[in-house]
Write a protein that binds this ligand. Structure first.
Ligand code: ACM
Length: 265
């Protein structure tokens, strides 16, 4: 079954929500795909210095500027999108991602494992690892950036039936892109990690993001990996049904061979 999946790597400007949404719209305007994954905190940038800054860019998950733009694009292009955003709720702010489908339905994931100073600005996610239906009823599991270092994240999504792990990121550590190859192999799933690029400054603070957004197949092969600095969209055709095959050979199965009674989790 052919399913066109894509990554969109770019450099957001800190707290310039309108500019960043315009940039994403111009990147996505002429692209034909079934599912495109965009970076973590794509509309707002990442490196905050105060609660006021975070509050000023946090959005309503169903009626904020990111939801509005991606609902419009999803309908127009008949595409599902996964995009990271700062989610404003009655209980505080989450580092979240939304899956937006062509029928304009929205599904939310809240980042479970917060990285570094994110703990100052965001609540730890409470949604757990859920799998949602994207276009063509393809099963997409959401995790965000630093969730990668906890293998339980990808495992939970795979056990819940994910065929594709959609992984918006703002990566600064050097290991994730290689680690996601293992996450794909050990779970027999496609993984689509969309990172941002560029250097972000705020006061005395500075972060360099690692780019290298990538699409990995169920055997851990790199279908495509961008370079560190490029800003672009890449789309390729995959068969998500390959993820439903968990046999490694006639004796071994990724899920059935697990010895959960011996694991300490
Ligand atoms: C990260 O979780 N943004 C490194």
């Amino acid at each position: 079954m052919g399913f066109k999946v894509g990554i969109c790597q770019f450099e957001p400007e800190l707290m310039q929500v309108e500019t960043n949404l315009e940039k994403m719209e111009s990147f996505l305007g002429s692209v034909s795909a079934d599912l495109i994954v965009l970076p973590e905190l794509a509309a707002s940038g990442y490196l905050f210095n105060s609660e006021e800054e975070v509050l000023s860019i946090a959005e309503d998950p169903r009626n904020g500027p990111t939801a509005n733009l991606f609902q419009k694009l999803a309908k127009q292009h008949n595409t599902s999108y996964v995009v990271g955003f700062a989610e404003k709720t009655e209980n505080g702010i989450y580092n979240s991602a939304m899956l937006v489908n062509p029928d304009t339905s929205i599904h939310i994931y809240r980042k479970t494992h917060l990285f570094f100073e994110e703990k100052k600005w965001f609540n730890a996610g409470d949604t757990g690892f859920n799998v949602f239906s994207a276009k063509n009823n393809i099963k997409v599991g959401l995790m965000i950036c630093f969730d990668w270092i906890f293998p339980e994240s990808a495992r939970s999504l795979a056990l819940a039936g994910a065929q594709i792990i959609a992984h918006p990121t703002n990566l600064v550590l050097p290991w994730c892109q290689q680690a996601m190859i293992t996450r794909s192999i050990e779970n027999g799933v496609f993984s689509v990690s969309s990172n941002r690029t560029g250097r972000e400054r705020n006061g005395d603070k500075v972060l360099n993001f690692t780019g290298m957004s990538q699409i990995i197949n169920t055997n851990g092969q790199i279908i495509h990996r961008m370079d560190k600095n490029e800003e672009s969209v890449f789309v390729t055709e995959i068969d998500p049904l390959e993820s439903d095959e968990k046999d490694i050979n006639e004796y071994n199965n990724l899920f059935l061979d697990r010895r959960t009674e011996l694991y300490k989790l």
